[in-house]
Write a protein that binds this ligand. Sequence first.
Ligand SMILES: [Zn+2]
Length: 126
Amino acid sequence: MGSRPGTLRDARALADLEYGASRDEEARRRQEELRAAYLDWRAEEARRLARAQGITGRLRNGPESFLDEIDGRALRRCPRCDEIAYPDPERPGYERGSRRDVADRCHFCDSRNLVEVILSLTERRA
Ligand SMILES: [Zn+2]
């Protein structure tokens, strides 16, 4: 931004823009936290599911074969922002019958109108 003198309206618009950007940044940072927490939980959950199969299943399916299933169950997409919604690990598990390990809210726009994800994280990485 230069030193061109602006009108009051410009200054306000700029302040709004900066406010929006810092809020975005905060949302991004939070999103990264949620993503990191999710990936930890997901790895743990995959190991748990792999162990629960018993010995014969375990030989066939390692923990990684459960990742897509877990993603499909836990992640949602916000159609408005086109962002992935991650489950919030800080949300109390007893909150109105909601499941703690399923995303229920878009972190960017607060929408609860989420849809199931089609592409899993595993597929997107490939
Ligand atoms: Zn959203």
